[in-house]
Design a protein around this ligand. Structure first.
Ligand SMILES: *[C@@H]1O[C@H](CO)[C@@H](O)[C@H](O)[C@H]1NC(C)=O
Ligand SMILES: *[C@@H]1O[C@H](CO)[C@@H](O)[C@H](O)[C@H]1NC(C)=O
Ligand SMILES: *[C@@H]1O[C@H](CO)[C@@H](O)[C@H](O)[C@H]1NC(C)=O
Ligand SMILES: *[C@@H]1O[C@H](CO)[C@@H](O)[C@H](O)[C@H]1NC(C)=O
Length: 182
């Protein structure tokens, strides 16, 4: 079942490849779910979306890491909505401390490239204290992958010392603008 979904997703990507990457598209957040499972290590103060126009939604996050963390793994997975969210193409365990020293996962590089300018979460380990993402919005011109139109969920489950501490689950929509397409 999962293999078939991956093949389906690959076909969708190939099919969409002819869409020029600079075509106008809508690429915006639709939901943001955060939850800490260990508030003696990570607390969320604020985790929300704010729509500033029809096509632009800002993501804000304010959290605190209460003890330094040197062992951070992000279990990341992308889901696409068909009939409910189904696993779609990408599933990675990112060793964040290793990644920040030397990027080694292309998909992580895309996600990181999208948000690093909006955040203080952009240095090497250890991580401690305020973790801020401010007025982050999606810019499709930084997305070096063609995406099929649809609704997606990027689930990121953050593990410190190999134990799940918190989730940041981001939903977004990607819509090709057929009107402006050449
Ligand atoms: C985030 O997504 C994962 C994968 O679907 C799910 O298991 C988890 O419960 C979600 N967490 C939150 C806070 O929604
Ligand atoms: C929760 O956080 C505390 C404080 O940092 C840590 O000592 C403990 O191992 C964590 N528990 C789990 C289950 O991750
Ligand atoms: C983050 O939340 C803390 C606790 O409420 C607050 O003191 C701090 O000013 C907030 N930081 C930002 C950048 O909003
Ligand atoms: C990290 O983000 C800050 C803004 O919060 C920015 O000034 C700085 O250049 C960024 N650093 C890197 C390495 O991207």
């Amino acid at each position: 079942m999962r293999d078939r979904l991956v093949i389906l997703a690959l076909f969708e990507v190939l099919f969409t490849y002819k869409v020029r990457l600079n075509d106008a598209v809508v690429f915006k957040f639709t939901n943001f779910a955060c939850e800490s499972y260990n508030t003696s290590w990570f607390v969320f103060h604020n985790c929300r979306l704010k729509a500033v126009s029809r096509d632009k939604v800002l993501l804000n996050l304010n959290g605190t890491i209460l003890h330094p963390s040197n062992d951070i793994h992000i279990h990341g997975q992308v889901f696409k909505r068909f009939n409910g969210y189904k696993p779609w193409l990408f599933k990675e365990d990112v060793d964040a401390c290793r990644y920040l020293r030397r990027p080694y996962i292309p998909v992580a590089a895309i996600v990181y490239g999208l948000f690093k300018d909006f955040s203080n979460i952009n240095h090497t380990c250890p991580y401690v204290g305020p973790q801020i993402v401010k007025d982050f919005y999606l810019r499709h011109e930084l997305l070096r992958l063609p995406f099929p139109t649809g609704d997606y969920l990027l689930s990121m489950r953050w593990h410190f010392d190999k134990k799940l501490q918190f989730d940041t689950n981001i939903s977004f929509t990607f819509v090709e603008d057929f009107v402006k397409k050449k």
